[in-house]
Design a protein around this ligand. Structure first.
Ligand SMILES: Nc1ncnc2c1ncn2[C@@H]1O[C@H](COP(=O)(O)OP(=O)(O)OP(=O)(O)O)[C@@H](O)[C@H]1O
Length: 573
């Protein structure tokens, strides 16, 4: 992306604020007229007041000067406020659009990208964009108008001297192009490193117990320091180039000023030019170099902003692979997999032709060795992933035909990793809808969580981030209550009673038995005691169902199931 493309992408954001932009431009023009006006006061001060001793001018010029400064500063105020108004609002919109688009993306996108990197892109990159919106463009315009105003003053006082003073400027352009390329490269690396740094921090804090239990604080700090020093090196490289721009302009500028003093000085000595004209000229010339210098240093910032724009617009342009169908799913009465194959990537097929069916009123349980593909089947049912081939049928119709929203609203999932928000117990349970206190209490009782919630202070008690003030079993029970609250057609429990004590587990298994009449229930469990009463048990091994039937049937006819169960029993003893 180059600057032109970035500006074109920003156009729709800017256009909405054209009125504010118009006021800001007026502010910039007022500021530049005021600045140019203040320099025009030098000539009458020297020529009229000091040389001609004109007393009337002694009272007029100060008024003129105060008026010029008033104009300049009112203009600057208008510009600063309105530009910041536009910038802040555009960034608010951008942040919200980026999150909206990220939330639309597939689960696999989040599995592939580190959360620290995504946070960095949503914060650091968008903050860097703030420069383009509320600093670079407006500052560039303001400096441009100021330079233009001063240029008019300079040329008006001596076109000939202006030519000598400004002839050196084109020489600066070539090094600037080289600098810009370097700065863009460093900006890109810097932003990537920043994302690495945030990812490392997020990893350390989310694994803090592991770090402390293994005494790896020093190791983690050392890894962080490596990334930290690399970021520092890139930033210093950037500064080395960026800091060259201003001195370069000033050195080239000094040649211009030297020529002006020689030629202009001669003209004053010869009486061709008045001292007032000469001083106005030289002061305005010195003043021109400032906006020029600032315009060129904005070039450096611009490179950071262009890279940040590239990264932000990349996120905005990402499209989800899984779109879902147009049909609304009314309810789930029957679910069937026919020869379903699935792979996360081309190299390894994870599910190799899965067949099963079950209906409302039944419990289907998946068991089998780790990595067999149980969780992947759940991902396919929720349409988190796209199957490679085969059919997934809901009430006899292809799952792909149903909208994602209607499909997911009919399913509740209790996962192995329990997700708890830093909010009240009530908000955590009523996550999918509005709070209904009676219903919350009802599901808490069903999930065997009512007693401990009451001991904690009731349903409006605050839970810490990731449920840090709850035990593993308590978290699972809150997650089960949340799933029940949704009143789904299909309830999925993925290893969701593993942290419970035997009594709690038995109570929940009884609840699940009761719920069975109204729901389809799918369970994954490593402890066979949880699923012995399931209507169907499917033994999954290396992406294939190697046995399916009730516990009784399988114990009679399936030797693989018998072996599996024997091994499990030994392991649990
Ligand atoms: N995001 C992913 N990208 C690539 N491969 C994956 C991904 N998630 C899982 N896999 C692979 O898919 C296979 C099946 O994993 P899955 O999580 O479905 O197994 P599982 O039976 O649920 O295991 P467990 O009982 O340990 O939870 C495994 O070999 C795993 O390495």
């Amino acid at each position: 992306m180059n600057l032109r493309e970035v500006l074109i992408r920003f156009k729709p954001f800017y256009i909405k604020y054209w009125k504010h932009f118009f006021i800001a431009i007026i502010g910039m023009i007022l500021a530049s007229v005021g600045t140019a006006g203040s320099f025009s006061a030098i000539k009458p001060i020297i020529d009229k007041i000091f040389i001609e001793k004109n007393e009337t001018m002694l009272y007029i010029v100060p008024f003129f000067l105060v008026f010029a400064y008033l104009l300049k500063n009112c203009g600057m105020y208008l510009q600063t406020y309105y530009v910041s108004y536009i910038g802040t609002n555009i960034l608010r919109t951008l942040r919200s659009l980026v999150l909206e688009n990220l939330l639309r993306l597939d689960i696999l996108f989040f599995k592939k990208h580190r959360s620290g990197e995504l946070i960095s892109r949503c914060t650091n990159d968008i903050n860097a964009l703030q420069m383009i919106v509320s600093s670079i463009i407006p500052d560039f315009l303001r400096e441009f108008f100021t330079a233009l105003g001063l240029l008019i003053v300079v040329i008006y006082h001596s076109p000939k001297l202006s030519f000598f003073a400004l002839i050196v400027l084109p020489l600066v352009v070539f090094p600037l192009i080289w600098f810009a390329r370097k700065l863009k490269k460093y900006a890109k690396r810097g932003q990537e490193k920043n994302a690495d740094l945030l990812s490392r921090l997020s990893e350390i804090f989310s694994n803090i117990e592991l770090v402390k239990a293994n005494n790896t604080e020093k190791k983690e700090k050392a890894k962080f320091d490596v990334e930290n020093s690399e970021l520092c090196k890139i930033q210093l490289k950037n500064t080395r180039v960026d800091a060259l721009i201003s001195p370069l302009i000033e050195i080239f500028g000094s040649f211009g000023v030297a020529i002006v003093i020689i030629i202009g000085g001669k003209e004053v000595i010869q009486g061709v030019m008045t001292p007032g004209d000469f001083f106005t000229f030289v002061s305005a010339l010195f003043a021109i170099y400032n906006p020029l210098k600032r315009m060129t240093s904005l070039y450096g910032k611009l490179q950071i902003a262009v890279v940040a724009s590239e990264r932000t617009f990349y996120l905005l342009d990402l499209k989800p692979q899984i779109q879902g169908g147009a049909k609304e799913l009314e309810n789930i009465n029957h679910l069937e997999f026919k020869q379903v194959k699935f792979a996360y990537d081309e190299h390894k097929e994870v599910l190799k032709g899965i067949d099963f069916a079950f209906k409302k009123g039944e419990i289907l349980a998946f068991v089998g060795p780790s990595g067999g593909g149980k969780t992947s089947i759940i991902g396919l049912i929720l349409h988190f992933f796209q199957k490679k081939s085969g059919q997934i049928l809901i009430n006899g119709e292809e799952l792909d035909n149903f909208s994602l929203e209607s499909l997911r609203s009919k399913i509740a999932l209790v996962t192995q990793d329990i997700y708890i928000f830093n909010d009240t117990i009530a908000q955590n349970i009523a996550y999918s809808g509005e709070i209904d206190e009676e219903k919350i209490i009802e599901v808490l009782k069903l999930a065997n969580a009512y007693d401990f919630v009451m001991q904690m202070g009731g349903i409006h008690t605050e839970i810490f981030e990731h449920g840090k003030n709850l035990s593993g079993g308590q978290k699972q029970r809150i997650a089960i209550a949340r799933a029940l609250y949704k009143k789904p057609d299909l309830l999925i429990f993925d290893e969701s009673t593993s942290a419970l004590d035997n009594a709690s587990e038995r109570a929940i298994v009884q609840t699940i038995e009761k719920l069975k009449k109204e729901h389809l229930i799918l369970m994954i469990a490593h402890r066979l005691s949880t699923i012995e009463n399931a209507d169907k048990i499917a033994l999954l091994d290396e992406g294939k169902i190697v046995a399916i039937g009730s516990d009784e049937e399988l114990m009679r006819f399936s030797s693989v199931y018998q072996n599996f169960k024997n091994q499990k029993d030994k392991a649990e003893l």
